[in-house]
Design a binder for this molecule. Structure first.
Ligand code: SF4
Ligand code: SF4
Ligand code: FES
Length: 242
C-alpha cells in the first residue's frame, strides 16, 4: 500500500445494542478492497470489529455489506472506486443485525425454503432420468438463472422485502424460475402455487433494484417477470380469469 489513505465509516453495535458509526483511517492502494479495509481495521485499529468473509473472490457470498448505501460484496469492491470523501460501510437491510456488519440470514433462507428450493426428479415411468447436456438450448435457458451465491444483496436492495413480510424476495424467486424451467424437475406447476398471490411474484414492482446489485450478473427482475407470465398462462390454461 502507498501512503494515501481513506476514511471508512463503519456501522457498529454497542454492547447494549445501540447502533453508532465509527471512523477509521485506512491505507489506500490501487487494489485495496472494502474487505481489505475491514481487515486492516481489525488487525491494526480495533480487534472487536465484527464482519464476515471466507473466499475473498466473490464466490461464497458471505461478505455482503452496503457501501455508501449500495449493496456490494466487500471483497469485490475497490475502496478507491467508491466516490465521496467518506466511505460508509453498513450491514445489509431486512436482516437482524447480530453485531456491527454481521447479520442473521435466517429470514433470507426461510424465504428460500418457502419456495421448495430442492430439485424433485421427474417421474419418467421407470425410464432413464431426463438429462440436459451442456450444449442443449434448454440448458442455456436455465443457465441464465444459475450461479446465485446466496449473498443476499438483492434481498437487501428490495424495498418490497422490507414492506411485505410474506414476499420471498428476488433470489428465492429467481431460484424458483430456475427449477420451473428445468425439464428434469417434477414439481412443475406445484412450484407456482406458493408464488401466485399478492405476497408472491405479483408484489414485485419490477424496478430492477435487485438486478442492479447482483454481483453474479443475474437478473432476478427478469426472472420474476417470467414467473408472472408462467403463472398467468397457467391460470388461463386452467380456465381461471387472469
Ligand atoms: S424488481 Fe422486484 S424483486 Fe427486484 S428489487 Fe424491485 S420489487 Fe424487489
Ligand atoms: S440473485 Fe444475485 S444478488 Fe441475489 S442472492 Fe443471488 S447472487 Fe446474490
Ligand atoms: S468473501 Fe466470499 S464473496 Fe466475498
Amino acid at each position: 500500500m502507498n501512503g494515501r489513505g481513506r476514511t471508512v465509516r463503519v456501522a457498529r453495535t454497542a454492547p447494549d445494542g445501540r447502533r453508532y458509526y465509527e471512523d477509521f483511517r485506512v491505507p489506500l492502494g490501487p487494489q485495496t478492497t472494502i474487505l481489505d479495509a475491514l481487515l486492516y481495521i481489525h488487525r491494526h485499529l480495533d480487534r472487536t470489529l465484527a464482519f464476515r468473509y471466507a473466499c475473498r473472490q466473490a464466490m461464497c457470498g458471505t461478505c455482503g455489506v452496503r457501501v455508501n448505501g449500495v449493496e456490494r460484496l466487500a471483497c469485490y469492491t475497490l475502496l478507491g472506486a467508491v466516490p465521496g470523501r467518506v466511505v460508509t460501510v453498513e450491514p445489509l437491510r431486512h436482516l437482524p443485525v447480530i453485531r456491527d456488519l454481521v447479520v442473521d440470514f435466517g429470514p433470507f433462507f426461510r424465504a428460500w425454503a418457502a419456495i421448495r428450493p430442492a430439485f424433485v426428479p421427474a417421474d419418467n415411468d421407470g425410464a432413464e432420468p431426463a438429462r440436459i447436456r451442456p450444449d442443449d438450448p434448454d440448458r442455456r435457458v436455465i443457465d441464465r438463472h444459475r450461479e446465485c451465491i446466496s449473498c443476499g444483496l438483492c434481498y437487501s436492495a428490495c424495498d418490497v422485502v422490507g414492506t411485505r413480510p410474506g414476499f420471498p424476495g428476488p433470489a428465492a424467486l429467481n431460484h424458483a424460475l430456475c427449477l420451473v424451467l428445468d425439464r428434469r424437475d417434477g414439481a412443475g406447476p406445484d412450484r407456482l402455487k406458493p408464488i401466485d398471490g399478492p405476497e408472491g411474484c405479483w408484489a414485485c414492482h419490477g424496478l430492477l433494484a435487485c438486478s442492479n446489485v447482483c454481483p453474479k450478473g443475474l437478473d432476478p427482475t427478469g426472472a420474476i417477470e417470467d414467473l408472472k407470465r408462467l403463472v398467468a398462462f397457467g391460470r388461463r390454461r386452467n380456465g381461471v380469469a387472469v
